[in-house]
Design a protein around this ligand. Sequence first.
Ligand SMILES: C[S@@+](CC[C@H](N)C(=O)[O-])C[C@H]1O[C@@H](n2cnc3c(N)ncnc32)[C@H](O)[C@@H]1O
Length: 298
Amino acid sequence: MGLDPEVALESSLGWREWGRHPIINCYASARTQLIDAKFTYRLGIHTTPIGRALKYPAIGLERVSRRLRSAYQDLLFRRYTALHGLHYGPTGRGYQTIAGGSHVDHLARYHGQIPRLAVFAYEYADILRYEDGDTFVDLGCGSGQNIRFLAERYPASLVIGTDMNADAVALVRGCEPSASVQLSVGDMRDAEFLSLLMSDRVDHVVLSHVFSLIFAPSARETRELRQGFIDRVVEGSRKSVIIIDNFGKRGELSIAIEQKQRAHVTDDVMSYFSKHVEGRAFMVESESSQAIIFSRKN
Ligand SMILES: C[S@@+](CC[C@H](N)C(=O)[O-])C[C@H]1O[C@@H](n2cnc3c(N)ncnc32)[C@H](O)[C@@H]1O
């Protein structure tokens, strides 16, 4: 009878590996036993005496940690929905550096920005179909990196920018040379405000590093808010919607703390587009971001 392949592998790794990281090795072995105990129990396959002894503790532990995680996540959704307004409010950390700056500082900042949208506009021009004369809406435009890019590249276009932070909008207003840029301050989670923005149908919607900040006080409400939001922007756009951000795994939604007043949510953003058969959604990426491009069929 040959050597058990698992034992053979263990001895080939040798005790030196265990000696180097004893705590991590113990942790990995314990986790492996627990995961394997659940796996063999659920599939009804042969296991070791340790596997049999661990099956109920492993399942219990899984249930408890799932409940704790869900309670923790709900607490973060509640807490950060309230803190979000503070972060991007007049005294928040979001644009602290703008308020005190001079006009020269503002101009340097405005014109020194690198637009995240540019790489996608060039690489995926055939899907986005941006044309000079089209109407663009940049939701959560911040200090206007994409506004500047659009106004310069499409001079005959109307470019509408909106953000909940008045200092950021004031910076764009004070520095943008084009007369075809329209700006407003507002919260895009407010359905009425969003409908007003989208009421004269626009050609293209841009959401750059802001969709991960759209959430509500619980996971369920966040999903509903996000689906409703996508429905409204898809219905209101004649040609494309681009969401530049980082996305989560299929079927998973999670909130993560970034700093004291800011958290971000990742989920399967692609799934919000699946009901929209009037167009097609593509997942693409640049060096620093991912993007989902929805392109209306016509
Ligand atoms: C990370 S910045 C991104 C800014 C810009 N789009 C860019 O790509 O540089 C996020 C911006 O979204 C804005 N924002 C966050 N939540 C918002 C909301 N609910 N409504 C409107 N603007 C929002 C913030 O004020 C901030 O300017």
